[in-house]
Design a protein around this ligand. Sequence first.
Ligand code: TRP
Ligand code: SF4
Length: 354
Amino acid sequence: MPDRQNLPYRPRVLSGMRPTGKLHLGNYMGALANWVKLQSQYECYFFIADLHALTTDYADTSGVAPNTLEVALDFLGAGLDPETCTIFLQSQVKQHYELPLLLGMVTPLGWLERVPSYKEMQENLANKDLTTYGFLGYPVLMASDILLYQADFVPVGQDQQAHVELTREVARRFNHFYPKIIREPEPLGTFPVDVLPEPQVLLTPSPKLPGTDGRKMSKSYGNTILLTDPEPVVRQKLKTMVTDPARVRRSDPGDPDKCPVGDLHKVFSTPETLAKVYAGCRSAGIGCIECKGWAADALVQILEPIQARRASFSETQAKEILNAGSRRAARRAAQTMEEVYAAMQMTLTREAAC
Ligand code: TRP
Ligand code: SF4
């Protein structure tokens, strides 16, 4: 059997993000920047997971649409190119409602209850009632997102790895019940293949990216630097950022390895600046204010082209891009659904219905 990794065609990549609102540098470094690189190498599908937002925010859906628009603009600002990859909105592709029902039939309840984030999220979001069918079924929704495109690779961070693993198990169970098919034309030659190939994780290396309070940058901690923050805001946020606690006075030496600002330098600054930071901090030759100024310089330099590109798209254009992408995604998803229905022998009146 040929290896799916050494293929004459471009393997498919799929990934998604919840519409959490304006994205921050952590989202960029942990996902988006990697997607931008992948788009030219693979056939890529990137989507905004608004149906996933409903699994937790069903009682108040007012934020979903505005947040979706912000995320779409941030995708474009970061450099996802709608000519190069397919950018779409999950709720606009009806197959994302169709496949979860069918996959739900073969997914044992125990698998869902054992997903590590299930109990954890219920406890963390104790203010929301998450004892719903939709919330328990979230991993089936995610498996469907991936399998609908018969994706070869799923770029995600470590936090999502268990979900892709479950996706593989769901695919395996589906393929165990239903027969292989001969798909023509197949770039690999003509032989029976599984309808739902098991996707592989492309683990996104995520550098340690602290927020302004020194904890991991996260929207829920309120410590983020947004992709849309204008220069004065970035500089102000850096000014109040925590530093090496050992460096109380200007004359005290510090250690960039124990300082969140030092961590930012490691990710964003040039080797020359980084060398100045290490030498100056350890000898108390520089002050934190100066050091933070250099970190802000590096951030502003990264953010500037992102903000310029973002500003070149209107909200109307962003919506049109999502719509066109969703139509393209739906065409690809429909192909998979035909194979799924055929494998499950659900085609009695299917031709007449189409
Ligand atoms: N669950 C992911 C998150 O919370 C988003 C997501 C939904 C996703 N469907 C996906 C990611 C499919 C990768 C593939 O970030
Ligand atoms: Fe942190 Fe820079 Fe101050 Fe050192 S000089 S403690 S690295 S902010």
